[in-house]
Design a protein around this ligand. Structure first.
Ligand code: SAM
Length: 331
């Protein structure tokens, strides 16, 4: 039985944040001094597998592991290996992940062996000093090694860069040429007001409409209907021959085609990235060995999926639109 929400949208895409922890502290994502969930509150890998399997039985075709940083969760490859059986059976069409790349050199070959075909790597700058500044704890060299290893293992990579005013806007042409030169798509993302951070989001926020206009002065961008199942709208760049995506939660609401829900590492289901409403799946999962209770809880939650988000970033609104950080639900 497919999961269909009150607005007629079929839910076929599950994103799972397997940990809220990360080995980076990107300034637009987290505060430097974060309080993470106690380990005892986490679902075990077996419980995550069981829950994902219930979603797959209910029609999920695409599953993305995210975080926090998914590759810092202990024994994460055990979960990937377990989930890969659904690729083999044909129940799942795609198993993928979003990563900061810091651990990829260790895991790329095994991910490919588990049937992962493509991954998203978040990378906001190619300048090692700026990379350290924005991630606070990151090492660009390690990420580059990870990207090399992933390409060597045959994984297709899409780069994601958050567009940050006066930080990487001038560098986007270089990042794009570099990505396209290595056969990678690049997607630009508008920063979203999620969770308290030290920086002022108004200073960081750069509408992608402005960035696109500036790119169009140097490049020939042609809209194309290419889709990866996500909210990005793509253009073909004549000068590089590559694809550039725009994810515009602030300037262009794309919720009418939303096909996804998000599960956290504690078993909380968020039906929208930009809203506070959530459903607890951990209690019904643990209450019974059969999946009936948790299945009913999922159906009830899908029945309350909201029409969309309403993020606001302006100088009068100092509080984030959504109190939780992106690392809780994943990007
Ligand atoms: N650690 C992994 C990574 O770096 O890709 C997965 C989790 S991270 C939260 C997922 C994506 O969300 C990254 O591309 C990150 O840049 C982006 N992100 C984090 N906070 C954001 C925010 N407030 N607005 C827009 N994107 C954000």
């Amino acid at each position: 039985m497919d999961m269909i929400d009150p607005f007629g949208r079929t839910i076929s895409y599950l994103r799972v944040s397997v940990t809220d922890r990360c080995d980076f502290r990107c300034t637009y994502c987290m505060a430097e001094d974060m309080t993470f969930l106690p380990k005892k509150d986490l679902l075990s890998l077996e419980e995550l597998d069981r829950l994902c399997t219930v979603f797959i039985e209910k029609g999920v075709k695409k599953l993305r592991l995210t975080g926090g940083e998914p590759l810092v969760r202990k024994n994460i490859m055990h979960l990937v290996r377990q989930l890969s059986r659904h690729l083999q059976s044909g129940a799942l069409e795609e198993l993928t992940l979003t990563t900061n790349g810091s651990q990829l050199s260790r895991f790329a070959a095994e991910l490919a062996d588990c049937g992962v075909k493509r991954i998203n790597v978040s990378l906001d700058t190619l300048d090692a000093g700026k990379f350290h500044q924005i991630t606070r704890w990151g090492n660009l060299g390690k990420v580059m090694e990870g990207i090399d290893a992933a390409q060597k293992a045959g994984l297709k990579i899409k780069l994601n860069a958050v567009a940050l005013r006066d930080f990487n806007d001038a560098e986007i042409p270089e990042l794009m040429r570099w990505a396209h030169g290595r056969g990678m798509d690049l997607t630009l993302i508008e920063t979203m007001p999620m969770g308290e951070i030290e920086a002022d989001r108004t200073d960081q926020y750069l509408p992608l409409s402005l960035l696109r206009a500036s790119l169009e002065r140097q490049f020939t961008l042609a809209d194309i209907p290419y889709k990866t199942g996500g909210p990005a709208r793509y253009v073909h760049v004549a000068e590089t021959g590559g694809r550039l995506g725009f994810i515009t939660p602030m300037t262009h609401n794309f919720c009418e085609s939303c096909n996804r829900v998000r599960l956290t590492c504690t078993g909380t289901l968020y039906m929208c990235l930009g809203q506070e409403d959530a459903a607890d799946l951990r209690a019904p999962l643990r209450a019974s060995e059969s999946n009936e209770l948790v299945g009913a809880a999922i159906d009830e939650a899908i029945g309350r999926k909201p029409k969309g988000h309403d993020f606001i970033i302006d100088r009068r609104t100092s509080r984030p639109s959504v109190s939780r950080h992106m690392s809780v639900t994943g990007g």
